[in-house]
Design a protein around this ligand. Sequence first.
Ligand SMILES: [Fe+2]
Ligand SMILES: [Fe+2]
Length: 261
Amino acid sequence: MKTRVDLREAARGLAFQLGDVWASPDLLESARLTWRGRMINERESASVFEGLSAQLERTSASPELVSEVRGFADEERRHGELCGAVLEALGGQAIYEADTPESFPQHEDVSLDEAVLRNVLSICCLAETVAVALIGAERLEMPEGPLRELLSGILADEIGHARFGWRYLDQVVATLDPKTRASLGDYLQVAFAHLEVHQHQNLQLGSSPAASGASLGLCDASAQRALFHDTVERVIVPRLEAAGLPARRAFALRHEAAAQA
Ligand SMILES: [Fe+2]
Ligand SMILES: [Fe+2]
């Protein structure tokens, strides 16, 4: 079952204009595909944070913490509209048929606190931290202008989403016993495997746009994949190891988790 998601009105209401950007028809088509993909990803991220806030609400987390995460869902919804506005400015339509969303992982095989930590690790410490690196690199290559400004706003929010995860981990890490740390290590294997599949889907090789593509947010997929791997191995894994989680082993064994899935 597909659901129609229509962001046209919201996107057009933002009246985004690209400014002085020239692009060939091929480049324009690639840019439309890229911003359409982003719009969909951002919109799906809103559901993910809604799921996380609902799960957090069932724990002893403070109402402030729950509402912070609910605010992230609002930000992701807004990112979806912003990306839709870019798509419209490129001549596309901010409307798509969404697959029935995957249900939010409840991880009922472990305690509620561990289930929340699994999701915070996967969403904030992994996916959002990678998003910060990739968007940050893209922004650096982009010339000054309205699109760079738009991306800067999105990046600032993604930094907040990633930081939330690392802060949350720091707060709960002292309460974790060795058995829970080992169990989280097993989970990280699966989370790393999923993250890699998702990133490789987004960063399809064979798309090395012309230099002028940077002004439209088009990136060299192989460079972005390399940055993704660097971010995981040099930032995420060491940070998780410092928190006492066996992340290096989990990352090394991620393909085994993928094979069992
Ligand atoms: Fe976002
Ligand atoms: Fe985000």
